[in-house]
Design a protein around this ligand. Structure first.
Ligand code: R5P
Length: 293
């Protein structure tokens, strides 16, 4: 098995290689003056099971194209099989036609990935896991929620309340609350499909005097977290943390969250960022060992 750390996930790729005790494939990456990308495999991958580690967080389109270039070339160079480790899958939130005439972008992304002969995809906390069921064994969707909760144990949280900022995150807090040995709760969020604005139904949470961790799959603009923080503060929560698997943190989202009173944002390296303190490498390495066995 050979590991190719893609340009968008170099550190993660190196960590996975280290955990598997394999040397990463020597690669050459550069950009032409016009912005086009250049990729060269500087060593042979013929006859190998090749693992391409490449996230498709922002800038999604260029990271996605790099993933396609890497996988297509590895197959062309004679790789026996291609496993794509794509910890964050771009366009995962556009998996349905919500309004007439919209693109079902995730479908198109999947068709593109399949068109370059990927044999297997490993991803982490894919946004719409139900979508993956129809794909059968082609996908493995790992969860980094236990890793995030285990990381939070070091904060010696008082009361350790796990909050899901919408009902899509309820399954996450069921898991994290067991690890943190505290209660959990959730909010009911609605998003306006045209403006993107969100509204949350007010409800009583048992958080007075407690430390709260809000767990979500991703933080993009930060609006979901900010809405949750406001409600938590009104209800007397003590320290508030935000934990997510995919810290997209678009624009000044991080600063906005800190200004709102979040003590710390904890994310994983599924999308490299300044808050990526938890690595998904051990999870992925174990999944690759299972695949290899
Ligand atoms: C939505 O269903 C997701 O789980 C996240 O809650 C959402 O995508 C976060 O986006 P934002 O940070 O822009 O509110």
């Amino acid at each position: 098995m050979k590991i190719v750390p893609g340009p968008a996930s170099t550190d993660l790729g190196l960590k996975i290689s280290q955990l598997l005790g394999t040397k990463p494939v020597l690669m050459e990456y550069k950009r032409f003056p016009d912005g086009e990308f250049y990729i060269r495999f500087a060593e042979e991958v013929k006859g190998e099971d090749v693992v391409i580690v490449q996230t498709t967080g922002p800038p999604q389109d260029s990271n996605l194209l790099q993933l396609l270039l890497l996988t297509d070339t590895a197959k062309d160079l004679g790789a026996k099989s291609i496993i794509a480790v794509v910890p964050y899958v771009a366009y995962g939130r556009q998996e349905k036609r919500y309004m007439p005439g919209e693109t079902v972008s995730f479908d198109t992304v999947l068709k593109l990935i399949r068109s370059v002969d990927v044999d297997y995809i490993i991803t982490v906390n894919f946004h719409s896991p139900d979508m993956l069921e129809s794909l059968g064994k082609y996908f493995t969707n790992l969860s980094a929620m236990p890793s995030l909760a285990n990381y939070m144990l070091r904060y010696k949280l008082n009361g350790a309340f796990s909050l899901a900022p919408d009902d899509g995150a309820i399954e996450f807090v069921k898991v994290t609350s067991k690890i943190l040995k505290g209660d959990y709760g959730w909010l009911e969020k609605k998003r306006d499909r045209v403006t993107g604005g969100i509204s949350v139904e007010l409800k009583a949470l048992n958080v007075k005097g407690k430390d709260v961790v809000i767990f979500d799959d991703m933080i993009s603009s930060g609006s979901t977290m900010i809405t949750a923080v406001k409600i938590l503060k009104e209800q007397g929560a003590r320290r508030i943390y935000a934990a997510c698997v995919h810290p997209l943190l678009v624009g000044d989202a991080k600063e906005k969250l800190m200004r709102e009173g979040i003590l710390e944002i904890i994310g994983t390296d599924s999308v490299p960022s300044s808050v990526s303190v938890v690595s998904v490498a051990p999870l992925v390495a174990e999944a690759l060992k299972r695949w290899r066995a």
